[in-house]
Every structure is written in C-alpha cells, then in structure tokens.
Design a protein around this ligand. Sequence first.
Ligand code: PEP
Ligand code: MG
Length: 555
Amino acid sequence: MTGHGVSPGLACAPLARMTPPVVTDPDEAPGDNPGHEVQRVRQALAAVAAQLSTIAAGGTAGAILEAGAAMASDPALVQAAAHHIGRGMPTAHSLSLAIDAYCAQLEEAGGYMAERAADLRDIRNRAVALLMDVPMPGIPRPGHPFILAAEDLSPADTAQLAGSDVVGLLTEKGGPTGHTAILARSLALPAVVGCPQAAALPDGTPVLLDGRAGTVEAHPSPQRRRQALEEARTRTQPRTKGPGRTADQHAVALLTNIGTPADALRAAQADNEGVGLFRTEFLFLDRREPPTLEEQIQAYSQVLTSFEGRTVTVRTLDAGSDKPLPFLQLPREDNPALGLRGLRTATLRPGILETQLKALVTAQRRTGARMRVMAPMVSTAEEAAHFAGLARSHGVQTVGIMIEVPSAALAADRLLQHVDFASIGTNDLAQYTLAADRTSHALSHLLDPWQPALLNLVAKVCGAAEALGRHVGVCGEAAADPLLAPVLAGLGVSSLSMAAPAVAAVRDALAQLALEQCRSLAAAVLDAAEPAAARATAQEMGEAFRAAAHDREGL
Ligand code: PEP
Ligand code: MG
C-alpha cells in the first residue's frame, strides 16, 4: 500500500485503531425545551474548548490546540446548532449538522483551509460525545507498542501521543502539510498519511511502515521486521553527541526550529547548538490587535533566556498565504501565495515590523543573549538592503534574510552583500521554484526537497555566500532529512535547523562522512535527473563510503 511518507523512519508493530467517534442519530427524540438544549450545546463546546486548552501543554501541538480551542468557542457554532434544534432536530445531531456544514465550506476552499476541517471535526466528535454521554473518541491503549491507524488524526489526538506506546502513524486521509505530518515530524515518529487502503486493515494486523518512501506492508517478513527494529533502535538511540561535525571535524551547526516559548523550553533541554528559526507568528495568532511592545519583550526574553549561551535566530513576522493573520487585514487577493506576505506586509503596516524589531532588541539587551534577526520572503537586493538598514537602525547586530523565492537565490550574490547571513527556507523555495502550492496533497512529489532544481538553487546560494564570506543555513523541512544532510553540507551549507527530535539522526548521518565525501555526494546529486535518482545516488554512495571506512578500521 502507498500513501505520503511525511515523517521518515521504519516502524513495525501491530495496528491499533482510534476509538471511533459516535455517529449521531437523526431519529433520536429531541429535547423538550429548545432553549435548554441550546444551552447544553453551548456548555459542551465550552467544555471542549477548556479540554483542548488543557491538552495544549505547549509545543507545536500547543499552538494548534489553542487555535482549536478558539474555534470551539466561536458563537457561530452554537447559533448554527440552535437553528437545527429550532427545527425540532435532536441536540447532538443538530450540532453535528452545523459543524459538518462548516467543514464542507472549509473543504471547498481547498488547501490550508481544507486541512483545518479535521480540527473542526475533532471538536464535533468531542462535543457530541459529551452531549450523548459516551466515551471520548481517542488514542487506544493496547498495552504494547503499536502503529496507530485512523481515518485522520486531530491535533488533540496527536498531542496525546507523546508518552504512549505508539511507534508509527498511518492515516487514510491527510496531506504533507496537515497537522499529523507536522506533529509526527516534531515527535520524530515515522508516519504515512493519505493511504486510503489502510481502512481495510483489521485491528491487530502486523504492519511495517516506511515514513520516507510512504509505503505500508501488512504481515512483513521476519527479515523486514528485524530491519525495522534495527532502524528504530539507531534512530532513537543516537551514536553521537554535541556540535554537528563531519567525520573529519568540519562544523555544521545543528539548530532547532521553534514556534512558541513552550517549544523553546523543550528544545532548550535538548542537545543542539541553538535556534535556527524562531517562528514568531504564534504571538500574533487569533488576535484582533497586534501584541503590545511590552508583551513582545516578555515573550522574546523568555525564549532568549532559555537558550542562554546559544544563538537564537529570530524570524520577523511571516504573515499571509498559508499563515493567515486576521488582524493585519490584508486585502483579499486572488493568489495570496504570490501576494502581500512575509516581509511584503511591512509595506502595508510598517509599524508592526518596527515594534517587533524594537521588542527584539530590548529583549536581547535585557537578557544579554546571542541573537540574530532575519526577514522572511525577501525577493530583491533592494528589499534586503532596506530590511538590513531598518534592523541595524534599531540596534540589531546580526542581520539576515531568508531565501525562499527563486529570485533571491538567483541574485544571492547581490542580496548577500547587504546582510550577515542567509537561511534557506526550502518549503517555500520548493513551492515557488516548482510552481506547486505547498498545501496541495496532489503536488507533494513536486515539493520533494530532493528536486534537482531546488538543490541547484541551494548550490547557487552557497556559491555566492562563499565568495562573500557569509554563512548559509537551511531551515526548511529539507534540513531534517538525515540522508540529505551530508549533501547540504557538501553544497556548502554551514547550519541545519529542524524540529528538535530530528537533530540526533542528522548528527549521526553527518558524523559518518568526511567533507570531501559530502562534496562528492553533492556533485552527484546535482547531476541526477529526478528526486528518486538523487536519493538512490546519495544512498548508494554513502553506503560505499561507510563500507570503505569500516574496511579501513578493520585493517
Ligand atoms: C520555509 O519556507 O522553508 C520555512 C522554513 O518557513 P515556513 O515553513 O515557516 O514558511
Ligand atoms: Mg517560508
């Protein structure tokens, strides 16, 4: 069976299904007092909002769950359910109908919006379980390691995975940018999503899933089981520690991507060299007004303090397109991914960027932290120069830009003259290079970080940076792939930034090859005709280099 491999690694275990949500009955007797029934709906939704906020213990899941709690608190849901109750429908079914109608609208909108439908369905299932007084749908507890199978996973389900016996995730629906994919990567759990055939597998079936290739085998052979267990052992028990180094001690800094202060606390406990991408949007989510200067100073200080002694790379607000932030009141556009987003929003609301820079510099001075600041979605040398001038005028000492647009990569020699460093956002760079919407399930093969066109642009940026003596990092999903890490190092990338749990496997992968070998891999991969060939080349060459090293050690 095949789906989308969204979080690498092999996992082998019996399958266990989620406790299914209860189906509401339209023929159930309606409540006697419609006013009272509407009040029950209101209370059930409020209880779900409170539940989601409680589960939101922090981290990537935390931000998503807080957004879910805000959705559950939307009075429009109660109003829509009240409409059906008023027509004499039973209470739980009324809420179900109301939420299904919203889900249909979101799905019709497509892309990012469609993927939010899973969050809303989770709210429906929880509220309906409360209204009908039946067990809450959720994660099974079979008492042994298992692969969790589900139609789709909600952020609340996925947030409860840490600490359970789950070793892999398999869903019938979902795409590469859905929450299941993001959270699976942040928990370093192998995952395959969008695999409709998984519905036919009975509970308890032994399954092997490959979260890189996107394949699923039922009843794997003993040899395949051994292979999966060995891979899981090496993945979860890193062989190396400390700063990122190739076998011959060439430094490649291993950094983390964080999104909230809670993420920062968790990542700060882990073995890494700092933060390569602090996504500051969390502070601005679900707001009608931007956060105040003081509020921002507090939040940034907290993050900077938790990484004391290590560098924190902060990205200024990256709003628009796949990161809609309502308070900005961006004009409606036909193509928001090509519109006012990232740094471009500062032309519309310059005060927001200025306040953010002021807050960052104040936080840095108060904490004495090592901080770098970079702008997202920079397209031209003029924009790079303008941002650098503005950031420096506020007192930022180390200024950078993200390279996420092909024009920025192609003209990197000009853009980099104005700044101290660059960080390549391969998620957006893939989207714009291959003209493939990053939220589209159907186009995930084009968004593959092994696309030769994308890697050629990375090489171009590295060449320009080397000539100017600038550092270049990668902070998109590509940085978390242990097979790609030596290739990126060989291209000249000097730091890799990823979800904290991905660091160990990348560190191990780098430690096995010398810089010159990484360069040979990079040259071969740049020559490959398509992603599968590029991967196969890197795999084969890497194995040959490692085998030769073993032979030498044996002598
Ligand atoms: C990227 O585009 O690769 C990136 C790191 O930024 P984001 O995923 O937040 O757009
Ligand atoms: Mg981006």
